[in-house]
Write a protein that binds this ligand. Structure first.
Ligand code: GRG
Length: 314
């Protein structure tokens, strides 16, 4: 189901993906004895994974797979598992990001953040468990993927934690309270936010490349272009996030608004203003879409998701 009509409602499309992902996540995280009856651990994992969220990263994974294969991901349980795992990883980064030693936020997705609900040590440990759980879910649940495919997906995601998200977070914390320039900030945005968005897209492509006989694109060129697309929309996403931090309110965002100013964080809007920042985000989205033009016609939902990033309100 590559979506096609000009009137397509991306909100509806994303809410379809969200529903599918929420259901699949619920199934993956259903009660089991593997957690040794330490209920608080699974409860903290569920609390943080099943508590809403736009499901942007998993939708990008499914949209990439769907665009390439023309297969409805509902008919591909392994795709749903990989997309759900990406949400578990994302939720894990949010748990750690909210901790007092990091961004220190009491609110996430409109509810007390994990450490407020379960205590700091349990939140830290739930986050740790989610990172390794992510690998196990792919290994144990993706019945139709080859071992090499699983390895490629796990490797793609693991490299993103180690070489991008964590260094990005370290720089983000290091720059707090210090003046920085757009070049530094762009690097932080790319590392802490854009690279996971890029990896979500690449996982969708890696799922497609497992389908025998269907691979009619030059894999390396396509992966390169998808990476550029992902980094650009991911950077645009973070710029919009920082604009919303200034222009929106806590209720709409579901997290504490105005934190960047309070924490003396340099952001695009704090340096060049919200309007100019939005123009830059818009340019990034437009360049990202151009990067895919040689592969996909205008009716790919990837373009619509890219546009949604600019127009989102939370
Ligand atoms: C060990 C992999 C690992 C990470 C820990 C804490 C940390 C290092 C990194 C923080 C990364 C981070 C949270 C970046 C911010 C990205 C961002 C703007 C998140 C909000 O994403 P949305 O709006 O959230 O998609 P929802 O709630 O809709 O899912």
């Amino acid at each position: 189901m590559v979506i096609g009509t000009e009137n397509t409602n991306i909100q509806k499309h994303l809410s379809n993906y969200k529903q599918i992902i929420d259901n699949h996540l619920e199934e993956l995280l259903k009660n089991n004895s593997d957690f040794q009856e330490v209920d608080i651990l699974l409860n903290a994992i569920k609390y943080s994974s099943l508590n809403g969220g736009k499901r942007l990263r998993s939708s990008l994974c499914l949209s990439t797979f769907e665009t390439l294969s023309n297969i409805n991901p509902v008919n591909c349980p392994d795709c749903l598992t990989v997309a759900s795992v990406i949400e578990i990883i994302h939720a894990m980064t949010l748990i750690h990001d909210d901790l007092p030693c990091m961004d220190n936020d009491d609110l996430r997705r409109g509810k007390p953040s994990c450490h407020k609900a379960f205590g700091e040590a349990n939140a830290l440990l739930a986050g740790d468990a989610m990172l390794t759980l992510a690998n196990n879910l792919i290994i144990d649940n993706c019945k139709n993927l080859s071992d090499s495919q699983k390895l490629k997906i796990i490797s793609e995601l693991s490299k993103t934690f180690t070489y991008y998200i964590i260094p990005g977070q370290i720089l983000d914390l290091e720059f707090e309270g210090k003046d920085s320039n757009l070049k530094d900030i762009e690097k932080i945005y790319r590392l802490k936010t854009a690279e996971l968005i890029k990896s979500s897209i690449l996982c969708g492509a890696l799922l497609y490349f497992d389908i025998p006989q269907k691979n009619n694109l030059v894999e390396n060129d396509l992966i390169y272009s998808l990476s550029i697309f992902g980094r650009k929309i991911g950077t645009g996403f973070q710029i919009i996030d920082d604009i919303l931090d200034i222009t929106s309110d806590t209720k709409t965002l579901g997290k504490t608004a105005g934190k960047d100013i309070n924490q003396k964080k340099s952001t695009y809007p704090s340096i060049i203003g919200s309007e100019k920042s939005k123009e830059i985000a818009q340019k990034l989205i437009s360049e990202a879409k151009d990067e895919l033009k040689k592969y996909f016609s205008n009716n790919s939902s990837l373009y619509l998701i890219a546009d949604f990033i600019i127009n989102r309100i939370n």
